[in-house]
Design a protein around this ligand. Structure first.
Ligand code: DAT
Ligand code: MG
Length: 153
């Protein structure tokens, strides 16, 4: 398989609503492998770096306030086509436009409270940039999952 790593984060609303376990389970069930995980609080500086592409947009300050408002659960998931597949499982940016069965479609109604972040698969290298922003190299764990031989041809 062409293993790829992607950055995923349960946002403060998802943490407060007790959705970490469900979200982790969805990725585990799909066959993706968690290679890093960190329960943490994002500070102003990290928020600005992470959401730098949105600086200057009308929703930027609200977005920074929200993402720094409580703990998040940051993760790195690995698997075949991981970045795109995680985005498919997340749904659309707006939960109201997200299909039922997707994470945002199952757990949200409001654009500003959409429960989860995942690296943009249409932004080349966004996954690696975001992983490096949140994790040191030694925090990424290299191991094999017991079902890997049956997940991939
Ligand atoms: P995504 O999180 O799906 O990658 P994005 O990168 O375009 O979406 O935007 C980052 C976050 O900013 C998004 O999860 C929710 C918020 N956001 C985006 N567009 C918004 C808007 N028009 N009004 C309010 N919040 C918005
Ligand atoms: Mg994005």
């Amino acid at each position: 398989s062409d293993a790829e790593r992607t950055f995923v984060m349960v946002k403060p609303d998802g943490v407060q609503r007790g959705l970490i376990g469900d979200i982790v389970s969805r990725f585990e069930d799909r066959g993706l492998k968690m290679v890093a995980g960190k329960f943490m609080q994002i500070d102003e500086e990290l928020a600005h770096e992470h959401y730098g592409e949105h600086e200057g947009k009308p929703f930027f300050e609200g977005l920074v306030d929200f993402i720094t408002s409580g703990p998040v659960f940051a993760m790195v998931w690995e698997g075949q086509d991981a970045t795109r597949q995680v985005r498919r499982m997340m749904g659309e940016t707006d939960p109201a436009a997200s299909a039922p069965g997707t994470i945002r479609g199952d757990y949200g109604l409001d654009l500003g409270r959409n429960v989860i972040h995942g690296s943009d698969h249409e932004d080349e290298g966004a996954n690696e940039r975001e992983i490096a922003l949140f994790f040191d190299e030694e925090e990424l764990v290299d191991y094999e999952r017991i079902d890997e031989t049956w997940l991939y041809e």
